[in-house]
Design a protein around this ligand. Structure first.
Ligand code: ADP
Ligand code: MG
Length: 853
């Protein structure tokens, strides 16, 4: 260490505090990086790598960025999951003895970066702390808006589910956390982690005052400590942490959420094509974030759901009031993030103008809401605090055309400060005086082209072109600067005025800065009020968005049944309906109740089975969010959980679409579903060989029917399963109809009672224009197979259900069966693994034959 220069020693000492971050070390007008940091940063940021001496023989690798453009480089690094430590000079170099003092003033990490955020998304830091057993304390916090939530959940799965749902940008964990858990987060796409020593937590405990339970406090404590530690400043906008119960919301696990495309579509992962995309007719950014929150957490309390639905109904029925409300909301900026910037000290004059304009809308918003005859809406309006004192303060002080930059001043209104007005007068009068002086000098000298100008280096001057110089023969004129075709002079008179003007300008800029700080501090004190208002406005915004969409798309208000009945008349899939042309979507009804809790859906490929199932789930989710639903009428149960499982072969997106994943997820549903849940099993069992898959499908149906009795929609292409309805009393068959016309299949997309009668696969192939000879060969084969199957079914019915293979039958019959199976195998389409499996099975059967004979 001692071999380095004192400054490099300082660098190394500070760098040791932040081994996992890039240290941006302030040196004059640059942030410099050294050693490893420099090597890595020069690659990541594509900046030139240089080197400097530092007391050692070898030069030290170095690279740097100018401080005024550092923000974009920092952003880049943080976006890629790195952390940056900003190290500033914390004393004036002029007064420094030896090396200037430097300190880390802020850490910028993926979860704490507050610049350049997507305004319609929250930006969460997450935390998880294991409690006794498998229980976890989880928490999340958005530093840009100041909101935070905390809960205790009963399993690791639920913890992962919460952290995944909020899309945490960075996860804070106790330093004792095991690597296996980090791996699980990584498997779910999260990459930035920070560890905190739980023994040394320090933060503002007042923020936890709403929390009673010590276990709930554990997760959020990490976050509060981490933000205090990285931001190194008081964060007045942090709101009291709110505790929530996972059980208070309709639970939809992350896979089911993805399958239902609630917040993003499964193909590209973007918002387009998702339920949020359809519903997000919010006007404000805060409303948009709130809407996403509601979509992710539908309610299960009937009273709260109905309260939202009633508000939506009122807003829906009052078109003109709603339209004016939308217009007023246009002028409401992101109050939450503005409040955050005030707290951070990064708020600029233009931000404050936006804050003022937003607040000024509130009285009109209240008035509009009051025009709608709805008690609840009126009481919401009445409780809104328009923060008129803040609006007034800002209106009196800050110019509407205020710039974003503070340091040049020129944004405080005349009349706000007497002292400031005097300085401004002095500088304005001075300028007027100079204009008059120009006239005067022109007439004294008779030089028409004489002019008075100003530049930063020489100040005010009188400029005369070289050809007119003879006109200046007074010694008042003192030469200042010579140009190629002109000379610049100053006079004692001008010099005196110059001093006055410049002093006044300097003073007024300084004073404006001071005034701005004072205003900012005053607004800072009112942050909680602004935040409360922001919440109220964002809820109104979401409610009006629901009303807007509900009216535009002819949705109806759902009612909730007392006896778990589901009765949807002419329901539609909201998103598919939107992307289709008008009236192209075929509405379908769905009835499920005590005597009919399970529906087995058959029908050809592409007939609309998956769409129908999702439609039922989406209608339920929308209703429980408090939104109207796409149907002519809807009576629904309040579901506690929704599970959707899509057969591996249909699950194109996950990539890891192995049969194992499918089974694990089926298990998840079977383990957690109650009789108040909704299960969608779409072509489950498809990812394995026919008999295997069919047996599993049947066993799953029986299990759900007998042991869970959840409302279940089960689609299958195993036509054989339709016979189950005779055995399972609450299971009914339905099918999506297709019609044949001139030997071709037409999809009617109409759901009807009873099983589908025929497979249309070959007709679909025909539609796809496969060669005619191939199609006729396929028809031929179909006839053969059907003949075989009918003789087989006879065999089966003799032996009863569930003895599809393992048949303890007379030898010649069993022998025939094995031979038939071999004949039926489509060897060319099998993977080597499948072939091995089949061979193994056949061998087992052959073994039995030998044993019996
Ligand atoms: P399946 O699951 O039976 O193979 P899908 O549900 O995937 O069929 O539907 C296939 C396509 O049919 C969808 O992409 C959609 O375009 C169309 N479709 C499905 N249901 C309807 C409907 N009710 N009205 C109009 N088109 C529909
Ligand atoms: Mg399907």
């Amino acid at each position: 260490m001692t071999k380095y220069t004192p400054m490099m020693q300082q660098y190394l000492r500070i760098k040791a505090e932040v081994p996992d971050a890039f240290l941006f070390f302030r040196l004059g007008d640059f942030y410099e990086m050294f050693f490893e940091d420099a090597l890595k940063a020069s690659k990541e940021l594509e900046i030139t790598l240089t080197a400097r001496g530092g007391g050692t023989e070898d030069k030290i690798p170095m690279c740097g960025v100018p401080y005024h453009s550092a923000a974009s480089y920092i952003e880049k690094l943080v976006e890629r999951g790195f952390k940056v430590a900003l190290c500033e000079q914390t004393e004036d170099p002029k007064h420094a003895k030896g090396v200037v003092r430097r300190e880390i003033v802020q850490m910028i990490t993926p979860g704490t970066a507050v610049n350049a955020l997507n305004e319609r998304e929250n930006h969460f830091l997450g935390a998880a702390v294991q409690l006794s057993g498998d229980r976890y304390s989880v928490a999340y916090l958005d530093l840009s808006t100041g909101e935070s939530k905390a809960a205790v959940v009963g399993s690791e799965d639920l913890m992962l589910q919460e952290i995944t749902m909020i899309k945490a940008k960075e996860i804070i964990l106790p330093s004792s956390v095991n690597e296996a858990l980090i791996k699980k987060f990584q498997d779910r796409g999260m990459s930035a982690f920070s560890k905190v020593d739980t023994e040394t937590l320090s933060f503002d405990k007042g923020l936890l005052s709403e929390l009673e339970d010590d276990e709930v406090k554990k997760g959020i404590s990490l976050l509060l400590h981490y933000t205090a530690d990285t931001q190194k400043r008081a964060l007045e906008h942090l709101q009291k942490t709110e505790q929530y119960e996972v059980n208070a919301y309709l639970q939809i696990d992350p896979n089911s959420k993805r399958n239902l495309e609630l917040t993003e579509n499964t193909r590209s992962g973007s918002k387009k094509g998702s339920l949020v995309w359809l519903l997000d007719e919010t006007v404000t950014a805060m409303g948009s974030r709130q809407l996403k929150h509601w979509v992710e957490r539908p309610l299960i309390n009937k009273h709260s759901i109905n309260e939202r639905l009633n508000l939506v109904e009122s807003l829906k029925n009052h078109f003109f009031e709603r339209e004016s409300l939308r217009e007023l909301l246009q002028n409401v900026y992101d109050l939450e993030r503005l409040a955050g910037r005030v707290a951070f000290g990064s708020v600029n004059p233009r931000d404050l103008v936006q804050l003022k304009k937003s607040l000024q809308q509130v009285p009109f918003i209240k008035e509009k809401l009051n025009e709608i005859p709805d008690e609840e809406l009126r009481s919401r309006a009445d409780s809104m605090d328009a923060c008129s004192d803040i609006a007034e303060l800002l209106d009196n002080s800050i110019d509407d055309q205020a710039p974003m930059i503070i340091k040049d001043g020129n944004f405080i209104k005349d009349g706000y400060s007497e002292e400031l007005d005097q300085y401004k007068d002095a500088s304005r009068n001075g300028k007027k005086w100079i204009a008059e002086l120009e006239q005067k000098e022109k007439s004294i000298t008779g030089i028409k082209s004489l002019k008075i100008g100003y530049n930063r280096i020489f100040g005010y001057y009188i400029e005369v072109t070289k050809s007119n110089l003879s006109g200046l023969n007074d010694e008042r004129y003192e030469r200042r600067q010579t140009l190629s075709n002109a000379e610049r002079f100053i006079t004692p008179e001008l010099k005196e005025k110059e001093t006055l003007i410049l002093e006044a300008e300097e003073k007024s800029v300084e004073l404006e800065n001071q005034i701005f700080q004072v205003i900012r501090e005053r607004v800072k004190k009112e942050i909680p009020r602004i935040q409360r208002l922001a919440k109220e406005i964002s809820e109104v915004d979401v409610l009006q968005a629901f009303a807007y969409v509900s009216e535009k798309r002819h949705y109806v208000k759902p009612v909730f049944s007392e006896n778990q009945t589901l009765n949807i008349e002419e329901g539609r899939h909201p998103v598919i309906e939107k992307v289709m042309n008008l009236n192209e979507y075929v509405p379908n009804s769905c009835t499920m109740d005590e005597s009919r809790s399970m529906l087995l859906i058959t029908g050809p490929n592409m007939s609309g089975k998956s769409t129908y199932m999702r439609q039922v789930a989406l209608i339920s989710v929308m209703a429980q969010m408090g939104c109207f639903v796409p149907a002519d009428r809807a009576e629904l149960p309040v579901f506690d959980r929704i599970f959707t499982r899509i057969g591996a072969a249909d699950d194109l997106v996950s990539g890891q679409s192995t049969f194992m994943v499918e089974m694990l997820e089926a298990k998840h549903a079977l383990e957690h579903a109650t009789e108040n849940s909704l299960i969608l099993f779409d072509e489950i069992g498809r990812g394995t060989s026919t008999y295997d898959g069919m047996s599993l499908a049947q066993a799953i149906i029986e299990y759900v029917h007998d042991s869970i009795n959840a409302k279940t929609l089960f689609s299958t292409h195993y036509h054989e399963l339709v016979d189950l309805s005779s055995k399972l009393e609450r299971m009914k068959n339905i099918h999506v109809a297709a019609a044949e016309q001139d030997g071709r299949v037409i999809f009617l997309h109409k759901v009807k009672e009873g099983p589908a009668d025929k497979s249309y696969g070959i007709h679909v192939a025909e539609l796809a224009d496969l060669p005619a000879s191939l199609i006729s060969r396929a028809n031929e084969l179909l006839l053969e197979f059907e003949a075989e199957k009918s003789s087989q079914t006879k065999e089966l019915s003799e032996e009863g259900q569930m003895t599809l293979f393992d048949l303890p039958v007379k030898n010649n019959q069993a022998e025939n069966k094995v031979i038939k199976e071999i004949q039926k195998m489509n060897v060319l389409e099998m993977t080597p693994m499948e072939a091995m499996n089949e061979l193994y099975k056949l061998q087992k059967k052959a073994g039995k034959l030998v044993a019996k004979s």
